[in-house]
Design a protein around this ligand. Structure first.
Ligand SMILES: Cc1cc2nc3c(=O)[nH]c(=O)nc-3n(C[C@H](O)[C@H](O)[C@H](O)COP(=O)(O)O)c2cc1C
Ligand code: SF4
Length: 1581
């Protein structure tokens, strides 16, 4: 035996290594280990440090003696392994040593250990450092003797961090306790692998059958240990008065404090029942003196899942029969830094203790537990200093402890054998100040007895405050000498401290400043919380994560509150509470009540007890009870219990990391009616991220059969989420709703999160589904799939459960997608694409036939076709010159190493983003750039690069490097890699006179020359013009019909795509997921947009309902109201195109000529100031629309005829258009002053109604307005319409035809960019055009009549129409009719359409007029609008006047976000607007994703036009009446730059504007921009 100075962890580890073959530990517990490590039998102990869970490594087949050293904070994560260890033979003989606490400055915390008390391990606990050593040994020996795994635990604060001298055992003693023979016998027991695996239950039965008496074995080992060492332990033992009244039950260091106090009070009738063996727990009743009247169960654990703590419940269970014994539960540790002997004395002498109390709250009563021979010291100083200092006493008995994280150590020393109380020193004889820190010094001095001794290192190091504190204690101050002889040393008196008593004190510690309140992290879960609130309102009860800023940032002090365990406990408690409440109500009814009350309460009771009653029925009955206050008074508990709540546990994806630990498992298996909403913020868009996926909680839960499971995503399907929440609530058992909300860069940004959601749903990483076991009970299919792809695992589950076939039967479409799991689908598609590419190659080569000239590889990188066009031209020319040409996009050239085998390369690449590669060139560049010289052999390769860019795209000087960057990079890299440059790099610039052609025409001849090819040019293949295409199409038929039948692709051919526009539809692809799909070898996510032509934007309620239904059935669930008063549906798959168009036509709407080179939808002011005028202008437009509509029967033939026939024999005739239709789109509007809401100046042809009385007598006619232009191309520009003059109403249609045919005949047909009517007018002059129109119509324009526009905004709110009918113009941001969490507008309008008797009119600014509401329905309509918040017009003037185009993700031309971003930008600007006091001032603000200008940006007072992702050109100075173009103010600004630029301008405007001066006028007056007069000076800055 020897004495060693160790802390509890080291003592325990030492014991563990005595009896182990193997020690496993984590880096956090590595400090426990003693080196070198040999066991009692002289064998080296195998040390295994692991980053993962040490307990998981314990099981082993050959019965090695294994120990794990862990801290209890990691114990919960080990739960699954603990259970396994207990049930599995491979855990026999293992011991898990646990330092139990919570890493805080608390006395003790056994909560984590208590949480695993049911795991099946034997639990043994120690209460001092010596015990940690001794009982660790006992645990090992007993583990071998019982063949069971043990868990030995001790307090992490007191025992683990106390240093004290303990007696350790020599190997010869150790081997007496556990001999080599014993171990050999243990190891020789064979593991029977041949046994079939038993279910947990059978195993449990079997184990019980041959159960050993663990308690008896442990006690035997303890007794044997006592014989060898003289230290006697018991599994549980009573000490104290034999006739005690009050008995404390405790374990751990707390029990040790109690034991000291009881020893100090020999006469008091008190005792202690100290427990060492906690599981199995023996019968305690026999141990407690029969005299006991009160049992005080003390424990340092807080069980959130139950009212009382574990040990108390255990003890009470034993004393159930002993009614005379009062049991109380005391909590210590957990949050308190110390358990003082005085507080224990206080509770022992207290007459009344609450059933539940906290030891810290008990009034302390002094007690002296320190023997007279012991000295007590408190030392302030760094821990390493103190360690050395304290060790100097180690020849004596010494005990040191300290509070976690504080530089103050408490020491007890004695020259006699003794045990020390494990609490902090309260009255030290000596304080030693080894530090200058006043805080530590004050703490230490507080603990000094009056007149004690203070040891200092130097007087000068003491602050005045410390000196004063010393003086106040009337201490003797001595100088620190040699530590070895510290206690006996010569005492050198420093000064008479009385001199220090009057020093001024400036450093006495103030109250510690409270830690800065942590700013709440943005609550990631907010969108879902919003939904929960919306669906359940008052019924919602979120039971966990209380006081937490978020489930992602649990409360710092109570992190466990975020766990499902915590909430689960609370719900169980509530369920029990309610159960009791119901019983009590029943009793109340039985006892008799007034008849009415009796009836009300009985009704409630009946429903509350009925399994089939709905929540609504119960809550209605509860409200009826609540309405009788007298009755409520009689209720036994809180009346809240009358209601059925919707209980929700809110969790994060971290729960999925370890389902056992998170408590999810308990909730699932508990079977109680509780709902979990688990929000997953992980981004799964890339393959690597998918790999990282955590456990799938959904599959885990579905495997249990009786759990409702839904996987939803708010950004994919809002209604899907609502559905799931309601189903989960209704389901009577556990429900889990897995909700996706990807946090890109750790934040929820709606656009980025939306994109991520799409990608994950699209690729199946986040499938949308619902699994409702309640349906199965009704004989229905429980599984419904709401997205198109599923993961392989889900598919496997469905197959196994035989649901697969049903699903396929229900969704025939899904068959292919389901059968091919994600991975194989990718592979298959990829292989197909590769094969196709190879075939194309071969075709190309064989087509070249006799080509025997030099080989040429032409590669291009191009986003919008310019570079591709140049590359194609070069390839065609080369082919015709006999070269062997291969042409492809850079990324289609798969193996870059192959470049070494090519002879000649011409590479044409444009510039995207900010100096970036176009999307089909990125992989190529990445691979090429990855090579270093020597990695690839390119010496045989000749190359020529032509780059394409725009030198002014990023106009700031510092951004010059982005100009033509890809071309420059590739050219340089090829040269560095050793390839031979044929010609200097060519750089096409959009800014040159002829755009990139300027540089190309200089570069190309040199390139050909260097290739040795002469005479290029001349006989080019004639280009297929759009006119030729129209002629060939046979009046717009093309081969659309055949193409629709081709299921091999979701797209249609280029030509059919152009023709399709005339039929009202565009092919699009989802750009959010374009790149991801490309990476996976999938074709783009093609779909179609369908636009409905409806003059004046008028639709009947029936038509509205049809659109609403089609939106769900075939489109993406939203209806878009466009800037031109049309409906648009997006996301329609090719296979559904025909059904959708048929559906629209059945409702008597049409899509014909909604797009294309024809007259499109005619816009009309939807609400006129003189109500009678509307009908007249509407009728005029209807007639004009019919008059100008294309006459082709192709539309009917392709879309509406029952048989899909192609190339019909009927000879069509287009009387107005002819076979080539118009050169470009043509747009007509009708405005009724003072409203210019239709933006008359933005359109090809405009009619301004001239009204006399209530009669429209005629129109002023405008022509040549148009918005579209191209960035950097000054030949393109927007143009405000010009006035032609007045025409009487009856001649107006004739004039419209004349205008349109003038454009038909004079419009440019060679360059689509120059084909709009505005250019025709500027090319030919207004007078000529006017003359032409007059000639064709036979009418000479009269001078324009007077009119006045006020603005180009919508008229919001209620207005009165004719015949006592009313109109309400509501605000729908960007015309998006879709249910939003806080604005369920789609549902609201659908419900309204079911009974509304008037009509719906789409407004020109994307809002909606509920028109012609009969007076009788007015109130009802108002209530309905209010119910859905559709009457809300309380928006800023800025927002009410904002408009954005669709742009990303569907518009193929979009360069930046628009509709998804403008609301955010407006939000930012609103702040400045509010500050400037302009909240209600109308400033027109418009945004588009590209310069094409669909939202008419160039007429806005403030406009943003997309340039590249996140960057916009800013325009200022449009006229407030929509009459004047604005002007470019700044280029390519990002959000922060926009705000920094615009906010000060807004503020200045507020200060400087004149009465009524609009913003657009003021910015010109203030000199920010020049006034734009006509389109031709738009670019003059
Ligand atoms: C969104 C976008 C970003 C652009 N960024 C740059 C750039 O950073 N540097 C540059 O020189 N040209 C830039 N350009 C200009 C294009 O490279 C140029 O118009 C080219 O002709 C387009 O060719 P493509 O149609 O083959 O993609 C950009 C064009 C667009 C549409
Ligand atoms: S303005 Fe451009 S980005 Fe916006 S919808 Fe029109 S074409 Fe698309």
């Amino acid at each position: 035996m020897s004495t060693q100075y160790l802390n509890g962890e080291q003592a325990c580890a030492l014991a563990a290594q005595h009896y182990s073959d193997r020690l496993v530990y984590s880096p956090a517990t590595a400090s426990w280990i003693h080196q070198p490590v040999a066991n009692a039998w002289g064998q080296a102990v195998q040390n295994q440090s692991t980053q993962s869970q040490p307990v998981s490594l314990l099981p082993n087949k050959n019965r090695q003696l294994s120990s794990a050293l862990v801290s209890s904070t990691s114990l919960l994560a080990a739960i699954p392994y603990l259970y396994k260890l207990a049930r599995d033979d491979q855990g026999a003989g293992s011991v898990v040593h646990v330092s139990a606490g919570n890493d805080k400055d608390v006395f003790a915390d056994f909560s984590d250990v208590m949480a695993v008390r049911h795991s099946g391990l034997v639990l043994l606990t120690s209460s001092s450092v010596q015990e940690a050593y001794d009982l660790a040994l006992v645990a090992h020996v007993a583990a071998v003797r019982t063949s069971k795994p043990f868990l030995h635990f001790f307090d992490s604060s007191r025992v683990a961090q106390e240093y004290t001298s303990i007696t350790t055992l020599a190997d010869d003693v150790l081997t007496q306790l556990l001999s080599a023979e014993d171990v050999a016998a243990f190891k020789s027991v064979e593991q029977d692998d041949t046994k079939p695996a038993l279910t947990a239950y059978l195993k449990y039965q079997q184990q019980n059958a041959n159960a050993v008496d663990v308690t008896a074995v442990v006690q035997q080992v303890m007794d044997q240990f006592a014989q060898l060492t003289g230290r006697q332990y018991s599994t549980a033992a009573y000490t104290g008065h034999k006739d005690a009244d009050k008995v404390v039950v405790a374990m751990g260091a707390g029990a040790n404090v109690v034991s000291h106090v009881i020893q100090a009070l020999p006469d008091a009738k008190v005792g202690l029942l100290k427990i060492h063996l906690y599981r199995p727990l023996e019968d305690l009743v026999a141990l407690v003196p029969a005299s006991a009247k009160q049992l005080v169960v003390l424990e340092p654990s807080q069980d959130q899942t139950s009212t009382y703590n574990p040990l108390f419940l255990d003890v009470s269970a034993g004393f159930l029969e002993k009614e005379q014994v009062d049991l109380v539960s005391g909590l210590y540790g957990v949050t308190g830094a110390d358990v003082s002997p005085a507080s224990i004395h206080g509770l022992l002498s207290s007459i009344t203790l609450d059933r539940r109390f906290e030891v810290a709250a008990v009034k302390p009563v002094a007690v002296d537990v320190v023997p007279a021979h012991a000295q007590q010291l408190v030392v302030a100083g760094a821990s390493d200093q103190i360690h050395g200092f304290a060790q100097s006493f180690a020849s004596q008995q010494v005990y040191t402890t300290h509070v976690h994280g504080q530089p103050v150590t408490h020491i007890r020393v004695s020259s006699q054998p003794t045990t020390f109380v494990p609490s902090l020193v309260a009255d030290a004889q000596t304080v030693v100040l080894l530090t200058n820190s006043p805080a530590a010094s004050f703490d230490a001095l507080q603990r000094l007895s009056q007149g004690g001794k203070v040891v200092i290192t130097s007087e000068s190091a003491l602050s005045n405050g410390v000196k004063r504190a010393i003086a106040d204690k009337k201490a003797t101050v001595v100088e620190y000498q040699a530590k070895a002889t510290f206690l006996e040393q010569e005492q050198v008196i420093v000064v008479p401290v009385s001199e220090w008593a009057n020093l001024s004190i400036e450093d006495v510690p103030q109250e510690q400043p409270a830690p800065a309140v942590q700013q709440d992290a943005p609550r990631l879960e907010t969108p879902y919380l919003g939904l929960l609130n919306q669906v359940f309102g008052d019924r919602l009860d979120i039971v966990n994560a209380v006081n937490s800023s978020s489930v992602w940032s649990p409360s710092a002090t109570n992190p466990e509150r975020a766990s499902p365990e915590y909430g689960y406990g609370k719900v169980l408690h509530k369920i029990q509470q309610r159960g009791r409440f119901i019983d009590q109500v029943e009793a109340l009814i039985k006892n008799g009540l007034p008849a009415d009350d009796q009836k009300l309460l009985s009704q409630w009771l009946l429903l509350a007890k009925s399994p089939s009653a709905t929540v609504k029925q119960i809550n209605d009955a509860a409200n009826a009870v609540l309405a009788k206050p007298e009755l409520v008074k009689l209720l036994p508990g809180h009346h809240d219990l009358l209601f059925v709540k919707s209980n929700w546990l809110l969790g994060s994806d971290s729960w999925a990391v370890d389902l056992g630990q998170s408590g999810v498992h308990h909730v699932i298996t508990g079977g109680d009616n509780i709902n979990m909403l688990v929000i997953d913020t992980q981004v799964y868009s890339s393959e690597e991220e998918r790999e990282l996926r955590k456990k799938d909680i959904g599959l885990y839960a579905m495997n249990f059969g009786n759990v409702y499971v839904a996987s939803v995503a708010i950004y994919a399907s809002y209604t899907g989420v609502l559905h799931a929440l309601m189903e989960a609530d209704a389901y009577p058992g556990p429900s889990i709703v897995l909700a996706y909300l990807p946090a890109v860069d750790n934040k929820i940004d709606s656009i980025a999160s939306l994109k991520e959601t799409k990608i994950s749903v699209d690729n199946g990483a986040w499938p949308l589904y619902r699994w409702n076991p309640a349906l199965e009970a009704q004989g229905k299919e429980p599984f419904s799939l709401d997205s198109q792809r599923v993961k392989r695992e889900l598919e496997a589950f469905l197959k196994r459960e035989n649901h697969f076939t049903q699903i396929v039967a229900q969704h025939p479409d899904l068959d292919r997608l389901l059968v091919s799991s994600l991975e194989t689908d990718f592979q298959k598609r990829h292989a197909e694409l590769k094969r196709k590419a190879r075939d194309d190659y071969e075709k190309l080569l064989s087509g070249l036939g006799g080509a025997n000239g030099p080989p040429l590889l032409v590669l291009f990188g191009s986003d919008n076709g310019n570079a591709e066009g140049v590359a194609k031209k070069i390839a065609t020319r080369a082919t015709s010159r006999g070269l062997q040409v291969k042409l492809m996009a850079m990324d289609d050239y798969e193996d870059i190493q192959e470049l070494g085998n090519e002879a000649n390369l011409v590479l044409v690449v444009s510039t995207a983003g900010q100096g970036e590669l176009p999307s089909n060139g990125r992989e190529f560049w990445k691979a090429l750039n990855g090579f270093n010289p020597g990695d690839i052999q390119l010496s045989e390769l000749n190359f020529a690069v032509f780059g394409m860019g725009d030198s002014h795209y990023w106009p700031r000087e510092e951004d010059a490097m982005f100009y033509n960057r890809p071309g420059k990079l590739i050219d340089a890299k090829l040269s560095v890699l050793g390839a031979n440059r044929l010609v200097e790099l060519g750089l096409g610039d959009d800014q040159d006179a002829d755009g990139f052609e300027t540089a190309l025409s200089a570069w190309e001849p040199d390139m050909w020359k260097s290739l040795g090819v002469k005479d290029v040019g001349g006989e080019e293949e004639p280009k297929l013009t759009d006119d030729q295409m129209k002629i060939d199409s046979n009046y717009l038929r093309g081969t659309i019909a055949q193409d629709l039948l081709d299921e091999s692709t979701g797209a249609i051919s280029e030509i059919n795509g152009k023709l399709l526009k005339f039929h009202g539809s565009y092919g699009q692809d989802d750009r959010d997921i374009r790149e991801e799909r490309k990476k996976q070898g999938l074709e783009k996510a093609f779909s179609f947009m369908i636009r409905v032509r409806m003059p004046g934007g008028v639709s009947t309620p029936e038509q509205w309902l049809v659109m609403d239904e089609l939106a769900d059935q075939y489109a993406n669930g939203a209806i878009k109201l466009t800037t031109r008063q049309a409906f648009q549906l997006h996301g329609i798959l090719k296979k559904n195109l025909r059904s959708t168009i048929r559906g629209i036509n059945h409702s008597l709407l049409s899509t014909l000529a909604a797009c294309g080179d024809v007259n499109r939808n005619i816009m009309v002011t939807p609400v006129t100031e003189i109500p009678e005028v509307h009908a007249q202008v509407q009728e005029f437009s209807d007639k004009m629309m019919l008059h100008l509509a294309p006459q082709t029967t192709a539309y009917h033939e392709i879309w509406l005829a029952d048989d899909l026939v192609a190339g019909h024999a009927v000879q069509d005739h287009e009387p107005i258009y002819g076979p080539t239709y118009l050169p470009r789109k043509f747009k007509i509007v009708v405005a009724v002053p003072p409203n210019n809401d239709v933006d008359i100046y933005a359109h090809d042809l405009g009619f301004i109604a001239i009204v006399e009385g209530k009669q429209v007598v005629g129109y002023n006619v405008t022509v040549g307005g148009g918005m579209g232009m191209t960035h950097g191309n000054k030949k393109t520009y927007p143009r405000p319409a010009s006035m032609l003059g007045y025409v009487p109403a009856d001649l107006a249609i004739k004039v419209s035809e004349a205008v349109m045919t003038t454009q038909r005949d004079y419009g440019c047909r060679t360059n689509r960019k120059h084909a709009r009517f505005k250019y025709t007018i500027d090319d030919h002059g207004l007078d000529f055009i006017k003359g032409e129109i007059e000639k064709r119509s036979g009418y000479t324009f009269a001078p324009a009549r007077a009119f006045e526009f006020k603005d180009n905004a919508d008229r919001y709110g209620w207005t009165k129409g004719v015949d006592d009918k009313w109109h309400f113009c509501m605000f729908i941001e960007n015309g998006k009719v879709k249910d939003f969490p806080d604005f369920p507008v789609r549902t609201g309008l659908r419900e309204l359409a079911k009974w509304h008797k008037g009509e719906f009119r789409l407004s020109p600014n994307q809002h909606l007029v509920i028109a012609n509401v009969p007076e009788a329905d007015l109130e009802k309509t108002k209530l309905h609008l209010a119910k859905y918040k559709m009457d809300n017009l309380a928006f800023s003037g800025l927002r009410l006047n904002a408009m954005a185009c669709v742009a990303l993700p569907t518009c193929g031309l979009a360069m930046a976000e628009s509709e998804r971003y403008l609301p955010t930008l407006v939000g930012h600007l609103e702040q400045a607007i509010e500050e400037a006091g302009l909240r209600d001032d109308a400033i027109t603000i418009r945004m588009t994703g590209c310069p094409n200008g669909c939202a008419r940006p160039y007429l806005a007072e403030l406009a943003f036009v997309g340039k590249a992702p996140g960057a916009y050109n800013v325009y200022l100075g449009g006229g407030h009446q929509g009459e004047r173009l604005n002007k470019l103010f700044k280029e390519s600004l990002r959000e922060d730059e926009i705000l920094a630029t615009i906010k000060p301008i807004i503020k200045q405007y507020a200060l400087e504007r004149q009465q009524g001066e609009p913003f657009g006028d003021w910015v010109i007056r203030a000199g920010y921009v020049k006034k734009t007069i006509t389109g031709l000076d738009f670019h003059d800055l």
